[in-house]
Design a protein around this ligand. Structure first.
Ligand SMILES: Nc1ncnc2c1ncn2[C@@H]1O[C@H](COP(=O)(O)OP(=O)(O)OP(=O)(O)O)[C@@H](O)[C@H]1O
Length: 331
């Protein structure tokens, strides 16, 4: 994309201080998000996806803290910013939609009051009918401005949260599994709606999910995380067509393809490591079906592999014989 990124994450590291050993939940993450781009972040539970989103939005609370790196949003480093300045940017320029709207919405206040409170808190000139307008945008009758969260279905509550995130027409919306509490049909319809709004209003999205099949249809760029690190990053189509990292391949093989032939699903044996004590070398090596001698010893970097980047020694300069041996053994 030729435009300047609106979000530039550089070498971002987040640690949970847990007594004996710090848990490095996000380890040196780099990411660029361009205006209007949809970036999917995937990986198994505990890989650091939510921690990364909270760190980008500067919403971490102890024991978690950013220990290095920067998050530049529209050119300003959010990591160094005062809470007052951040509060002014949040909702207006970027907004956040978290997993459960039931926890994010105030249960004892009507939806309309919550929208008005957000407007008052930002001291922004917003048209009186903006709350009704954003509810309509997400397919909710504005009559529900008078409703309390418990009077809405799960899907409507998530939509109401998205409407609230759109109040000031932000340039970026950060979403942490906004559809995960919904049934499959509601999930799909909400995703279609998010995508349609994104294309119409032009905001960028960073979207965390476990669901590879959901993300395959909606994201432009895909970031695969494992054990706190980015293991693959590139255009979603390129990653789906030819995953460069064995973990990405494992994730793809673990989900049914919606359009492709019906093949038996293969999971990834084992589970992600304890981040207080990650494996040496490549963190995926204990579970990797194509690990070779150097994998437990050498920490891979992100290497360019055609249109994507992957953190796997098979793509490191100087490892051609090992890569060929693996290809022969697995072909
Ligand atoms: N309060 C905490 N104290 C200590 N460590 C924590 C805490 N919360 C999270 N962690 C660590 O951070 C890691 C990443 O957690 P995070 O919730 O970001 O993962 P995730 O990929 O978003 O998982 P999920 O998909 O289940 O939400 C966890 O594996 C855990 O080791």
């Amino acid at each position: 994309m030729p435009s300047q990124p609106i979000l530039e994450v550089r070498d971002l590291t987040v640690e949970y201080e847990t007594g004996e050993r710090a848990v490095v939940a996000v380890d040196g993450v780099d990411l660029d998000v361009h205006p209007g781009e949809f970036v999917g972040v995937v990986g198994e539970s505990g890989c650091g996806k939510s921690t990364l989103l909270f760190a980008i939005a500067q919403l971490l609370s102890p024991p978690a803290a950013i220990t290095s790196g920067s998050v530049r949003f529209q050119g300003q480093n959010l990591v160094a910013m005062s809470e007052k300045k951040l509060a002014a940017l949040r909702w207006r320029d970027f907004s956040v939609v978290m997993q459960s709207a039931m926890n994010a919405l105030n249960p004892v206040t009507s939806i309309g009051t919550q929208f008005r409170d957000a407007i008052v808190a930002h001291d922004e000139p917003v048209a009186d009918d903006r709350p009704a307008e954003v509810l309509r945008l997400v397919g909710i009758d504005p009559i529900h401005l008078n409703s309390y969260p418990h009077q809405l279905s799960g899907g409507m509550r998530q939509r109401a949260m998205i409407a609230m995130a759109l109040l000031f027409t932000p340039d970026l919306i950060i979403m942490d599994e906004p559809t995960s509490a919904l049934d499959v049909v509601a999930q799909r319809s909400l995703m279609l709606q998010i995508k349609e709004l994104q294309e119409r209003l032009g905001f960028a999205v960073v979207f965390v999910t476990h669901d590879m099949s959901l993300i395959s249809h909606f994201s432009d760029q895909l970031m695969v995380m494992y054990a706190g690190q980015v293991v693959e990053l590139g255009a979603t189509r390129a990653v789906f067509d030819d995953p460069a990292h064995p973990y990405s391949k494992g994730l793809l093989d673990a989900f049914p393809s919606i359009r492709g032939p019906k093949l038996p699903l293969i999971g990834i044996p084992g589970s992600p490591p304890d981040l207080a004590n990650p494996p040496s070398g490549c963190r995926f090596h204990p579970r990797c079906p194509v690990a070779f001698d150097d994998c437990p010893r050498v920490e891979p970097e992100l290497y360019r592999v055609g249109p994507v980047q992957a953190r796997c020694l098979l793509h490191a300069p100087g490892y051609t014989p090992a890569a060929e041996a693996v290809r022969e053994a697995t072909s």
